[in-house]
Write a protein that binds this ligand. Structure first.
Ligand SMILES: *Cc1c(COP(=O)(O)O)cnc(C)c1O
Ligand SMILES: [Zn+2]
Length: 406
């Protein structure tokens, strides 16, 4: 088990506190030998454990007996959605509902691993910049670990539900008069300067190790590998993590084929989709990203290289959807299936709709959409963009009239 640079392949010990390669400044990832996995897996009872992040402990970067900071993360439902499928013109579609995680987003998968790692490294502080869900998750897990916690958020651009979670769980919340990308620069500087501060943004390779378990779960829940996995893309850590999980599953012989990955961005914050459409292997960051989907309102995605690699290697694609398409998909998921997600999490369904219409996704294809976060995170968007309830006098006749019964 070691850390390895994704560009120049330089290697670092697994317990070195480092986020970027010292030679070329690119990102690192955790690499294992398959034999290492096989040894850990065969000497353990992991297949008898319930579906969760820690079911997959033989494939996570910890020694046996390491302290786990956990709140029951992972093991989220993979819901077969027949009404939504019919609406989209598909035979079947599944939603992997990450809103069922303890703080309401997939970030908990990464944070349970990242904060457990922080404890092992012996730091006193954990820190992140966040569009909201990372800070909510970090605050909860750090509270559970007894670590001090700081989160930086872009001023006025974080959904209230998420801010409330971070504040309640005792994080020192700092609003930065700038966007997410600027807040991230600041926490990276801070982590560089103070060795007692551990950075838990998705540039942290251990976060992605937790997030890769979504891939293991989906294949186990479905009983086979879907044709497509569609994922919202912001900083691009999650799509990279899911692809890593799939590749590891395949190298272990647990699955025999790989799905095609679709990365979905909001039209006003779509540097990866634009690079993909141009067939470019470089991306052009976006100065002022804009979208109602605040969780993916990111112009300079840190893990863009990993994400483009996942998309190309899987013969997948990156695409963008407008805010109108996002709101419409959010409404369809809730109204047709009772699955209430935040705007960013509706982007896969919005994209699937377009890809079915243009013939890229075929009627019989098996599609899994990852719903990354819960709808209650962002109540403002509902009061702002969706119909308000009607009001009636406290009188049965008036009620009958309004319901069309008289
Ligand atoms: C963080 C987040 C994303 C984006 O994930 P990345 O790993 O940054 O690409 C998407 N949806 C929700 C709800 C999120 O919280
Ligand atoms: Zn390097």
């Amino acid at each position: 088990m070691k850390l390895k640079c994704i560009s120049c392949s330089r290697e670092y010990p697994i317990d070195e506190m480092i986020y970027y390669c010292k030679s070329c400044n690119d990102l690192l990832e955790v690499v294992y030998d398959t034999s290492e996995f096989e040894k850990k897996a065969s000497s353990s009872d992991w297949r008898r454990l319930p579906l969760s992040v820690w079911r997959y402990h033989p494939f996570l970067p910890f020694k046996d007996g390491a302290t786990r900071i956990a709140l029951n993360e992972g093991g989220t439902g993979l819901h077969k959605c027949e009404r939504l499928a019919a609406f989209l013109g598909l035979k079947t579609i599944h939603i992997k509902n990450e809103g069922e995680n303890p703080t309401g987003s997939f970030k908990d998968r990464g944070m349970t691993v990242g904060v457990s790692k922080a404890l092992e490294l012996g730091v006193s502080w954990v820190i992140c910049a966040s569009t909201g869900n990372t800070s909510a998750s970090l605050a909860a897990y750090a509270a559970r670990a007894g670590l001090k916690r700081i989160v930086l958020i872009p001023s006025g651009k974080v959904a209230y539900g998420k801010l409330a979670q971070a504040m309640m769980c005792g994080a020192q919340v700092v609003q930065v008069k700038g966007n997410f990308d600027e807040a991230l620069e600041m926490v990276m500087d801070l982590a560089e300067r103070y060795k007692d501060v551990y950075l838990l943004n998705s540039v942290n390779p251990f976060r992605l190790e937790g997030q890769k378990t979504l891939a293991f779960e989906v294949c186990e829940q479905l009983g086979h590998v879907p044709d497509w996995i569609v994922v919202p893309v912001g900083n691009a850590g999650n799509i990279s993590a899911i692809w890593k999980g799939l590749q590891e599953s395949k190298s272990l012989g647990y699955i025999s084929k790989l799905p095609r990955m679709v990365g979905v961005q909001a039209a006003g914050a779509a540097p990866i989709a634009e690079a993909f459409e141009k067939g470019s292997s470089e991306i052009k960051f976006i100065e002022k990203p804009e979208t109602i989907a605040t969780a993916i309102r990111i112009g300079a995605p840190q893990s863009w290289k990993k994400a483009l690699k996942a998309i190309h290697e899987s013969n997948g694609l990156a695409t963008k959807v407008t805010d109108e398409e996002i709101l419409s998909a959010q409404g369809s998921m809730a109204k047709l299936e009772g699955i209430f997600v935040e705007p960013a999490s509706a982007t896969p369904v919005a994209a699937a709709k377009n890809l079915i219409r243009n013939g890229t996704i075929k009627k019989d294809d098996e599609v899994v959409c990852v719903a990354t976060g819960h709808g209650l995170k962002d109540p403002d968007v509902i009061t702002k963009f969706f119909e308000k309830p009607i009001e009636v006098e406290a009188d049965i006749k008036a009620l009958e009239h309004i319901l069309g019964l008289s």
